[in-house]
Design a protein. Structure first.
Length: 259
């Protein structure tokens, strides 16, 4: 029996079933966390590379970066995933590669969300006051050195809340990697659902994904507080631990303390 009444009537047996399947479920959690972490790191690298590339003075570099961003933002993540899984291996040598399910998931997530992140990086760099760019000339800094020593530290503090949201979106998007036989959390929940019913299985999935997202929020809040402290806009992380549970970019996080 499914539905609300069935959920409560079968709660005890369903918890026993979940307990029996917990080793497989934990393997699924591990696969989801790994895909989310590696996909997020790849997306971060892509975000900075193509975000900064869109701000340089060389027209060809800007155009190529823009093409990349618009292509991966404008095509479906599912199509990209299937292309890497089923089309890439059929390409002629040396372009054809047979990737593992984890590599496919990480690449698809990293490329897709990295394209969105590149726009966050570009916008954050553009939000740095123009006076900072004028200061680079006054200090006789080269464009590259000024970008990484002056502009990026200020832009980093601005972009963290948006990147945090993208990372959480990436976590939720990681559920589709089960379609290429990566036995992630969603795949294991589907197995549990066959025995426990929809209500119990997906309630567990909601809680599990939420807890992982909560960890991401804490990490990104810590990075935001630290970034603001380094540019003199807030206290040290050790004095702002109470703000880490708040949403990224909130007034409390921005000030580095409790509201």
């Amino acid at each position: 029996m499914d539905g609300v009444m069935g959920f409560f009537e079968q709660l005890g047996p369903n918890i026993e079933i979940l307990g029996a399947r917990m080793p497989q479920v934990l393997e699924g959690v591990q696969a989801t966390v790994l895909a989310t972490a590696l996909g997020g790191l790849l997306a971060l690298v892509i975000s900075f590379v193509f975000g900064i590339a869109q701000t340089v003075k060389v027209a060809v570099v800007r155009i190529l970066a823009r093409i990349f961003v618009e292509f991966f933002r404008g095509t479906s993540l599912m199509v990209q995933l299937f292309w890497l899984a089923f089309v890439l291996p059929q390409l002629p040598y040396p372009f054809g590669w047979q990737l593992t399910p984890l590599a496919i998931g990480v690449l698809a997530l990293g490329l897709n969300y990295g394209a969105y992140g590149a726009e966050v990086v570009r916008g954050s760099i553009g939000s740095v006051p123009k006076g900072q760019y004028e200061a680079l000339s006054a200090l006789s800094l080269s464009p590259a050195r000024g970008m990484f020593r002056v502009i990026i530290p200020q832009a980093w503090a601005l972009m963290i809340p948006s990147l945090s949201n993208l990372w959480i979106q990436l976590l939720k998007g990681s559920a589709i990697v089960s379609t290429v036989l990566l036995y992630d959390l969603y795949f294991r929940v589907e197995q549990v659902r066959d025995q426990t019913g929809t209500w119990f299985a997906f309630l567990f999935a909601l809680v599990a994904y939420y807890l992982i997202a909560w960890v991401i929020v804490i990490i990104m809040n810590a990075l935001e507080v630290r970034a603001k402290h380094k540019i003199g806009r807030g206290p040290a992380l050790s004095k702002s631990l109470g703000s880490l549970l708040r949403s990224p970019g909130s007034a409390a996080v921005a000030k580095g303390g409790l509201a």
